[in-house]
Design a protein around this ligand. Sequence first.
Ligand SMILES: Cc1cc2nc3c(=O)[nH]c(=O)nc-3n(C[C@H](O)[C@H](O)[C@H](O)COP(=O)(O)OP(=O)(O)OC[C@H]3O[C@@H](n4cnc5c(N)ncnc54)[C@H](O)[C@@H]3O)c2cc1C
Length: 485
Amino acid sequence: MSRDYNVIIIGSGPAGFSCAMQSSKFDQKVLVVESHEDYLGGTWINTGTVPSKALREAAKTILEFNNQFGDHESRKPYERFRMADLLQYKQEILEKENRKVKNDFINNNVDVARGFGRLLDDHTVEVETHLGTTETYTADYILLCTGSSPTEPGTFEIEHNKILDYKSILDLTHIPRRLVVIGSSVSAFEYATIFAALGTRITLLNEQDDYLTFLDHEIKEHFQQALHDRGITVKNGISIQDVEFNPLRNNTEVKFKANTGEQQLQVLETEHVLYLGGRKPNVGNLNLDKAGVKTDEDNFIIVDENYKTNVDSIYAAGDVIGFPSLASASFTQGRLAACNMFSISSLEMPEQIPYGIYTIPEISNIGMTEQEAEKMGLDITVGRAYFSEITKADMTNHNDGLLKLVFNTESLKLLGVHILGNEAANLVHLGQAVMALDGDVRYFIQHVMNYPTLSEAYRIAAFNGVNSVYKEGVQYKQILEEKNC
Ligand SMILES: Cc1cc2nc3c(=O)[nH]c(=O)nc-3n(C[C@H](O)[C@H](O)[C@H](O)COP(=O)(O)OP(=O)(O)OC[C@H]3O[C@@H](n4cnc5c(N)ncnc54)[C@H](O)[C@@H]3O)c2cc1C
């Protein structure tokens, strides 16, 4: 039966974008349905990844400038720089990225339908346009990649003026003097450190007992110290009772209680509150039941390892399927969905993916932590390089950091890389490549790397680790003589 398209993609975020591009390279006829009236690119370009990272780059530059050249009047960054300039910087990047997506779609003959897409059956999508009209399209395959939205706080309301969320923080008119961040997600720590870099006094209120628990313990300790050094207060294990603007005192009051110990009501006065809670999948009104697509108890769409739902012609990718809910992973998921639809089914998501936390300082990791390896009873060795040992870090005034390699003592195979410090999210990829190619830590010793670079940390950490293997009795000379690395 001839259908209008080979694939209809609902959502133009990273999952939809990469599925569209890969499908078009397979000479398939592609339609992308996007409900946003003006923009393509979803949370990725418009409200999440790109704007938050653009703001972060601007704040980091300001911090570096201040650290390097100081200010003889000891002014805070917010006295010297304007939020409007930071937002303008972010806006230009956002529009540039948007244009790229649009041009890529045009250049690859990907059609775009603007409007809200929903399923009519397992091959048919209805699009409700912004004019209120409806259009119907059929396709051999459908990819659902509608992303996620923030969850609402239970005890107060976001009014987007003083009490902000993921979106309204991007419209702030000035750099606040005081900001309370509520949440313990990666984004919560990213925004906390962005505003701390601009001189804002930050308190982070976390309703959980701990945060970023997936980090290697040593990296976490360094991060906690960095938060402390930047004057960021973190209060764990609290319950928010209320958040409200008090016009008489012209400030926003956050009322909370500790979950344990003395539980009297505490009140924090602040200028703004930024609520960064959890996220929920965008599946409402998609009519999943009309095609019989199944979801889990949290409404995330259930897929198999090929990103196929329980319905043969319907795939799903990105935040709408849940963990890891990253643009990085969504790009690969969307592409793999296209590969699987159009018969290249042997491709799989790699077992190990890197995680980047764009705090200031940055954190990134891949593979096992020291604690996980020990828990599994593996005989491992750790090699460390402190950024204070790296020439490039000295030159760039970024000598606060640590790169840690976890490797198998016997085989020297690299099992994990954990980094805190400048460019961590970039640096991790060298370790990732060695791990993916089943390499061992001798790679970092025996290959020439550019100098001076931050990658020198790998060499120092590898020497540090191999030296301690030697101290534990393994023939060091023999280790280095073996050629296979
Ligand atoms: C503040 C913040 C910072 C982040 N930082 C990072 C980071 O640094 N690195 C990283 O890897 N990830 C980051 N993420 C996560 C990343 O943004 C998401 O994982 C990613 O955007 C998910 O991609 P997606 O394709 O699933 O959906 P999205 O990017 O959300 O796109 C979904 C699209 O579908 C459209 N849509 C929804 N419903 C319909 C419908 N019924 N019909 C038509 N269109 C519809 C939406 O308008 C949207 O355009 C961040 C997220 C946030 C919130």
